[in-house]
Write a protein that binds this ligand. Structure first.
Ligand SMILES: Nc1ncnc2c1ncn2[C@@H]1O[C@H](COP(=O)(O)OP(=O)(O)OP(=O)(O)O)[C@@H](O)[C@H]1O
Length: 359
């Protein structure tokens, strides 16, 4: 959670939004500090885009309050908020330069200042060379980079980003992530919705997981990165004798051919295993974590917030064809992640991490 003393660029309190009789946001609270990069995970249909559209003023809340950059009058700070939508529509007959100049003119840019700003953003996103080519000839990745340029055109204080790498091939994804990392260095506050754990890992300071119309769990990404429950050490030169020595270190050591798996990993156990291997002149080739703590936290949180009736939000991240069943169950009737953590030691650790610390 963000400390009360930190200036909040996003300050949302008790936000409700329904489409007809489908409740999407049900008392959502969120604070994001200046310069922070916050990532929001949630199943398909959890309401992530709805939340962004509310922040942009495209939609009005049914109840609750949204303050951005210190004001609830969102129309006053429109130019200080950049937006990269999941799917941007382009007039394909424009060139990249024409497109950005067209948008700039709408935002009040003129003359040399406009040209300079457009050229600067084209350079940032690596499109200078192709700036005068028609957009019809651009790849999806290039179009997404152009989308980042348009979102940055007015040098916004706050950047709202919706699923930035959706539909891109691995190279396109890498380019966009690298680019957003550069953007992150420019001190904008970032709010990113995604389905991809590696984007949270690489782009965010803090992660929130959305379930049942609220942010059910928030954690610092650095704290989660520090939790590795299970690791595998790949080696060369393992012998039966070394295996025997390793097994005496504890029940969480599993030798499988030329690799050692440590379940219930701890720094002390890991050090003891490595020391034993090195003392026996076994070559250590690689040490790898066996699960992503962010993914684990996500899956466990979604599971923990299942409806008591057995209905639950689908894990759409893994199955795009499934649409979630949205709950209207009162939040107090939903099993809390904390309760679930009582039964799962790793989840308990994940849920406790950073609990008492404020950013
Ligand atoms: N204009 C609308 N009218 C009616 N229902 C809508 C509208 N927009 C969104 N919804 C519904 O609201 C719910 C939340 O949608 P939203 O797009 O905000 O979720 P999301 O978390 O962004 O999903 P995804 O990850 O699939 O992009 C979904 O059930 C969706 O079908």
């Amino acid at each position: 959670m963000l400390g009360a003393s930190v200036t909040a660029v996003i300050d949302i309190a008790n936000l409700y939004k329904a489409y007809g009789d489908v409740s999407v946001l049900q008392g959502l609270n969120l604070r994001v500090g200046a310069g922070e990069s916050f990532g929001l995970l949630g199943p398909n249909g959890a309401g992530k885009s709805t939340l962004i559209h509310l922040m942009l003023g495209f939609l009005r809340p049914d109840r609750g309050q949204i303050a951005l950059l210190g004001t609830t009058r969102l129309e006053q700070i429109r130019l200080r908020v950049g937006y990269l939508p999941e799917r941007q529509r382009y007039h394909m007959a424009y060139s990249a330069r024409e497109y950005l100049r067209f948008l700039g003119s709408f935002s009040g840019l003129t003359g040399a200042a406009m040209h300079e700003r457009v050229d600067r953003e084209l350079a940032l996103v690596g499109l200078t060379e192709v700036a005068d080519r028609r957009l019809a000839t651009f790849s999806k990745g290039m179009l997404q980079r152009l989308g980042i340029a348009q979102a940055l055109l007015m040098d916004p204080d706050l950047l709202l980003i919706d699923e930035p790498t959706s539909g891109l091939d691995p190279t396109g994804q890498r380019e966009v992530i690298d680019l957003l990392n550069e953007v992150r260095q420019r001190n904008h506050t970032l709010f990113l919705c995604t389905h991809y754990m590696h984007e949270i890992d690489q782009l965010c300071d803090r992660v929130g997981i959305m379930a049942n119309g609220r942010i059910a769990v928030e954690r610092k990404v650095a704290d989660l990165q520090g939790i590795v429950n299970s690791v595998r050490i790949k080696v060369q030169g393992m012998t039966a004798q070394v295996q025997e020595a390793l097994h005496t270190l504890g029940p969480g050591i599993h030798c499988e051919g030329q690799s050692v798996r440590i379940s219930q990993n701890s720094p002390r156990l890991q050090a003891a295993v490595l020391r034993t291997l090195l003392d026996a002149n076994v070559v250590i080739l690689m040490l790898e974590p066996l699960e992503n703590p962010i993914e684990r936290l996500y899956l466990e949180t979604i599971q923990a917030t299942k409806l008591p009736s057995g209905l639950h939000t689908s894990l759409g991240m893994f199955n795009n064809s499934q649409r979630p069943i949205l709950t209207r169950t009162p939040p107090e009737k939903v099993a809390s992640p904390e309760r679930q953590g009582e039964r799962d030691p790793l989840l308990h650790e994940l849920l406790q991490t950073g609990k008492t610390e404020d950013k």
